[in-house]
Design a protein around this ligand. Structure first.
Ligand code: FAD
Length: 365
């Protein structure tokens, strides 16, 4: 055998696995069907700006081990995610906090804000929420729901809030401080110079082949290595024998604009249903860029079909049941399945790195 491991997928799971395997003296070949490394964290440089090709990626974690691990490959900046919502040209800070409540109702103290919310929740009078709309109304009342949740959520899921199950929204955190930092995590930032630096650091010295689809040459590729690490879709690996897992997808429309600063923030959410996209990203602000031009991306949530990218697993009962069957099957095989697509799980970056490191610890220690 030429390699110890054939790694299918050069996203974060595959890259971390390859790096750790190499440290243990193992020889790896990593392949990806895309023309670049990095999976969904890949950045394309346009006008000197690192464009997050597959949507905004903000690294955040509470885990110091993971933070130190990624900082070992690239230094991170102090970017703090503080998105703004645009509802019919009114602007609101997110996540819901004292700034938002002031913008909505001109209330200045936590006590006043709590009183407005309690009154609106009381007015709604929902006791046993039967759908997402009732659930949200029972948690935050009508104003926050109508202006900041309804349209955005309906666009995200492609369905009316009254047709979505209540469990999608378990809690809606309300912050009674003037704090626009979206994440509560201790560590947060963007790699200085973009995510490719992180991925290139992980894959330094590892053989890679791009634009190679595992399924086009499965037998030959598998014959190259002792073991396969698979980070693609698990249902595809097993020829969809228990049925297809479902996803939500996104279309990204990137535009270069001949101006320095389009919206003054990296992320602006569009929460009215009349606007077809959910967010506009302005990439230079992730890295405090001062370039003459700017690049923006509009994100349009879409249905997923075979030829679209599978971005978000839909972990409802039907899909979870199908996944459980594939998982049981995978446990009988000598293949390592990992990452967002193979585990059918919405992993954030720090979580997928932690999961790859845990897997490596089990195998190599
Ligand atoms: P991927 O990055 O999907 O990598 C899998 C790779 O396998 C892909 O490159 C694919 O081309 C390749 N592949 C699949 N099938 C085959 C095949 N048959 N042959 C060859 N190659 C194949 N996380 C955060 O922490 N913060 C964020 O702000 C954040 N924002 C996100 C926004 C969006 C829109 C999305 C979709 C995700 C976001 N994430 C975020 C999550 C983050 O992208 C993932 O945690 C991470 O990229 C998962 O890595 P992975 O290796 O599991 O999967």
């Amino acid at each position: 055998m030429k390699y110890d491991y054939l790694i299918v997928g050069a996203g974060l799971f595959g890259a971390v696995f390859a790096h750790e395997a190499k440290k243990k003296g193992k020889k790896c070949l990593i392949i990806d069907k895309r023309p670049h490394l990095g999976g969904n964290v890949y950045c394309e440089e346009v006008e000197g700006i690192n464009v997050h090709k597959y949507g905004a990626h903000i690294f955040h974690t509470n885990d110091k081990t993971i933070w130190d691990y990624v900082n070992g490959f690239v230094e991170f900046n102090r970017y703090t995610n503080s998105p703004v919502a645009n509802y019919k040209n009114e602007l609101y800070n997110l996540p819901f906090n004292m700034n938002t409540f002031y913008q909505l109702w001109k209330v200045k103290t936590p006590e006043e804000a709590k009183a407005v919310i309690a009154e609106q929740v009381r007015e709604v009078g929902v006791k046993n929420p039967k759908n997402l709309e009732e659930q949200a109304l029972s948690l935050v009342g009508k104003d926050i729901y109508k202006k900041l949740i309804k349209g955005y959520t309906e666009k995200q899921w492609g369905r009316k809030a009254t047709e979505l199950p209540a469990f999608i929204i378990k809690r809606l955190p309300l912050r009674f401080t003037f704090d626009n930092n979206y994440f509560n995590d201790k560590y947060q930032g963007i790699p200085i110079g973009g995510y490719n630096k992180l991925v290139n650091g992980l894959l330094d010295g590892i053989e890679t082949r791009l634009e190679v689809d595992f399924f086009k040459d499965k037998t030959e590729l598998m014959s190259l290595a002792n073991q396969v690490v698979f980070t693609g879709k698990i249902d595809e690996f097993y020829d969809y024998r228990y049925g297809k897992l479902e996803y939500r997808s996104l279309d990204f429309k990137h535009e270069t604009l001949d101006m320095e600063n389009y919206q003054g923030n990296a992320v602006v959410n569009y929460t009215a249903s009349e606007i077809p996209y959910t967010r506009i990203l302005e990439h230079k602000h992730f890295e405090f860029g001062t370039q003459k031009k700017t690049v923006i991306t509009k994100e349009y949530p879409t249905e997923w079909s075979g030829n679209k990218e599978p971005y978000y697993p839909i972990n409802d009962t039907r899909n979870n049941e199908i996944f459980t069957k594939y998982k049981a099957l995978s446990e009988q095989d000598n293949i390592i399945f990992g990452g967002r697509l193979a585990e059918y799980k919405y992993y954030d970056m720090h979580q997928v790195i932690a999961s790859a490191l845990a897997k490596c610890k089990k195998i190599f220690n």
